[in-house]
Each structure stands twice: as structure tokens, then as C-alpha cells.
Ligand binder design. Structure first.
Ligand code: NAP
Length: 278
């Protein structure tokens, strides 16, 4: 099974589970919880949520799904930029813990850059870490210049990850951001790794490789996202069959020939591309 390691040595499977748009009535709640639990059983033990998803409803659903198995999981949540003052970050985390029905999250992220100074958010993260309420902290949707700035802030080098949009159709980060993170020993988290279940999955380049492996296009997209050993992909699956399928991608290895074919179908960046955000 493919894994990634955070700077503190904590190692987790290289595919986890997203939860955006869960608990929003798009699918049956029980089915979404079952999908998450099937994912957990099959090794997708990282679960990613955020205070803004469904205005807290996603965290509540996650709280229900993780009941009785919290200690086996790696829980990630995010503070909204509007809450990311020092005191606001602490308050937001306390609210998240209540919805998640747990006493700590393993990783807490700033969802994207907002108006509060990074220094203030970091002071909030550091307080929470000292109190044992968060394990690691990180950021999301930070481009390379944002990461450089973060490194210049007191305590900024403790950042554990940057969660970014990354999939075969969104490879811009390969030009400078992903190499920058690798060089710093900082794993990336790839969001929307299966292109939100859209047209990416019907692209012929992906389908051809999938057929050769007896796999699905989504599995190839996931194996592609995690191929460098420094990226954790977090597909969201409300359908239990999708969750099981995504877990099986932990064992799918793409060959150099597959990767060359991916480059033909989805050209890698040849120049700096500003980080895309969903
Ligand atoms: P995604 O994971 O690329 O796509 C989710 C969609 O793909 C769902 O419609 C899902 O359908 C479908 N799907 C999942 N597995 C599939 C499979 N094996 N075969 C076919 N379809 C499949 O997109 P995402 O939800 O935008 O991103 C993933 C997670 O990243 C989010 O849930 C969230 O936790 C995080 N995220 C973070 C940010 C940020 O700003 N930090 C932004 C966006 C997302 P079903 O639900 O029906 O299974």
C-alpha cells in the first residue's frame, strides 16, 4: 500500500477521503456514512472535512461515521479565512471538535488566505497544538509565493502540508509548487483528484491506461496523483462502490510507459501557471 509521511514522522495511506458536498441532501445520509466506513475498512483512514462544508453538517456526518474508531483514523479539518484570527482560530476548532465529537484533529488547515495576518493564525495553531487539540497544522490553496511568505513568518516552517487542486487536467503545480514542497520535505494534499467525477473520467487517454490495467479511469487518476510518494489524494465518494474502488487504487502502480502516455494526453506545464482554485 502506498503511504506518505508528514514532517513529524506520522505515516498515513496515500489516499484518503474528502467530504465536501456530503450531508447536503445530494445522497442518502446513511449511504454516505456507509461509504466513509467502507473506505476506512479498506485503508482510506485519512478523512478531510472543513467547518464551511454544509455549514458544519459535513463535520457532523464525519463525527457519526468515525464513532467507535476515532483512534484508527487521521482527521483533517479547516478553519475558514474569516475566522482565522488567533482567538477565532481557537474558537473555530472548538466548534469543529464539538461537531466531530472528538477531542482533537490530527491536522488543521487554513482553508485559503484571507484578511487575517498569517502570524495571528499561526499563534492560534500553536496554542491549539500546545493544548493537544491539533496534531499538525498546514495551509490550503497557497501558491509558491504564499509558501515562501509563510516560511518567513515566525513558526511558519512547522507547516505540515499545503492542500491544493491537483489532477491530470490541473497539473500547473508540477512546475514549481510541488518541487518546492518536495524539497522542503513537505507532503502535498491533492484535492479534486478525480476531477469532481466530471469529464476527466471519460477522457480517452485515461481510459486506455485503465483498460490495460483492468482498472477504472478514477483509479488511474488517483494512482497518478500519488505517484511521487509525496502526495496524499483525497477523493470524495458518497457512493460505497466508489469508496471501495478508490481504496483499491492504493495498489495500482503506473509504469514509465503509462506516465509517458499521461504526459501526451495531459501535457505537464512548461512554465509557471498560477495555482488554480475551486
Ligand atoms: P473529487 O474527489 O475529484 O470528485 C468527487 C466526485 O467524484 C463525486 O461526484 C464522486 O461521486 C465522484 N467519484 C469519486 N470516486 C469515484 C470513482 N471511483 N468513480 C467515479 N466517480 C467517482 O472532487 P472534490 O470533492 O472536489 O475533492 C475531493 C475533496 O477535496 C473534497 O471532498 C474536499 O474534502 C477537498 N477539497 C478541498 C478544497 C480546498 O479548498 N481545500 C477544495 C475542493 C475540495 P459520488 O459522491 O457519487 O461517489
Amino acid at each position: 500500500m502506498r503511504t506518505i509521511s508528514f514532517p513529524n514522522g506520522r505515516t498515513v495511506p496515500a489516499i484518503g477521503q474528502g467530504t465536501w458536498m456530503m450531508a447536503e441532501g445530494r445522497a442518502d445520509r446513511g449511504t454516505e456514512i456507509r461509504a466513509l466506513r467502507i473506505g476506512f475498512d479498506d485503508g482510506l483512514t485519512v478523512v478531510d472535512t472543513a467547518e464551511i462544508y454544509g455549514d458544519g453538517a459535513s463535520e457532523e456526518l464525519v463525527g457519526e461515521a468515525i464513532a467507535g474508531r476515532r483512534d484508527d483514523l487521521f482527521l483533517v479539518s479547516k478553519v475558514a479565512p474569516s475566522h482565522a484570527s488567533e482567538a477565532g482560530t481557537i474558537r473555530a476548532l472548538e466548534d469543529s471538535l464539538r461537531r466531530l465529537r472528538t477531542d482533537r484533529v490530527d491536522l488543521y488547515l487554513l482553508h485559503w488566505r484571507g484578511g487575517h495576518p498569517l502570524e495571528a493564525t499561526l499563534r492560534g495553531f500553536e496554542r491549539l497544538q500546545k493544548d493537544g487539540k491539533i496534531g499538525l497544522w498546514g495551509v490550503s490553496n497557497f501558491d509558491t509565493d504564499d509558501m515562501e511568505e509563510l516560511m518567513s513568518v515566525a513558526g511558519g516552517r512547522a507547516c505540515a502540508t499545503n492542500q491544493i487542486l491537483y489532477n491530470p487536467e490541473e497539473r500547473g503545480a508540477e512546475f514549481d509548487l510541488l518541487p518546492w514542497m518536495r524539497e522542503k520535505g513537505m507532503p502535498a494534499m491533492a484535492y479534486s483528484p478525480v476531477g469532481q467525477g466530471g469529464k476527466l473520467l471519460s477522457r480517452s487517454g485515461l481510459r486506455r491506461i485503465a483498460e490495460r490495467h483492468g482498472a477504472t479511469p478514477a483509479q488511474v487518476a488517483l494512482a497518478f496523483a500519488i505517484r511521487d510518494g509525496n502526495t496524499l489524494a483525497i477523493p470524495k465518494a458518497g457512493d460505497p462502490a466508489h469508496a471501495a474502488e478508490n481504496a483499491a487504487a492504493l495498489r495500482l502502480e503506473l509504469s514509465p510507459a503509462d506516465l509517458a502516455e499521461m504526459d501526451e494526453a495531459f501535457a505537464p506545464p512548461s512554465h509557471k501557471v498560477p495555482l488554480a482554485i475551486i
